[in-house]
Write a protein that binds this ligand. Structure first.
Ligand SMILES: [Fe+2]
Ligand SMILES: [Fe+2]
Length: 186
């Protein structure tokens, strides 16, 4: 599926700016990691697509997310099994599917922390510019800050990709700075 077509289908199901922004943040995070891992162009695109569509049914079918998408949306758009598996595995408590493949593991690792870094960016006049890993780490320990973001999932995520939490955050701050500069995210 081409980039434009993927964005059209996302916009068909998601109207809230916050969820559209989250989708693009995770897409850019996945793309950047695929590049870091020296994947080929097709794979880099697939990782981007996986991030972009991972929450496509969240707004319309929050109780059935992401099972609704896998049953009713992805077959229509012929999304690959590999991407569908990663999307199922980002919500193991709802799907019973756990992260196995590299794509599964990176999606899980990028999802919650992207939401958290976005929450931190909203507290800063320069958003991601000049954001320090140390201050993100400190806010993670402040449990009433962005309380809906699962710290557990963030820690599980970094274990799944074998990164330290600080390196993961450092990498993503850089990705989001760049994406914001290009107006891909807020
Ligand atoms: Fe989700
Ligand atoms: Fe998400």
């Amino acid at each position: 599926m081409e980039k434009k077509q993927a964005e059209l289908i996302l916009n068909k199901y998601v109207k809230a700016n916050s969820l559209l922004n989250h989708s693009h943040m995770v897409a850019n995070a996945m793309k950047a990691y695929a590049k870091k891992l020296e994947k080929n162009e097709n794979t880099i695109h697939d990782w981007w697509l996986c991030g972009l569509l991972h929450d496509i049914d969240w707004e319309v079918y929050p109780d059935q997310h992401p099972n609704h998408a896998v049953e009713h949306i992805f077959p229509v758009i012929e999304l690959s099994d590999e991407i569908q598996h990663a999307i199922l595995a980002h919500a193991p408590s709802r799907t019973g599917v756990t992260a196995e493949s590299e794509m599964d593991r990176y999606l899980f690792a990028c999802d919650e922390i992207s939401g958290f870094i976005h929450a931190v960016s909203l507290m800063r006049p320069t958003a991601y510019d000049g954001m320090k890993v140390k201050s993100v780490m400190k806010k993670l320990k402040t449990l009433n800050f962005a309380a809906n973001v699962s710290r557990n999932d963030i820690h599980t995520g970094v274990e799944l990709i074998g990164e330290s939490l600080s390196d993961h955050i450092l990498f993503l701050i850089d990705v989001f700075q760049d994406a914001k500069q290009k107006n891909l995210i807020n």
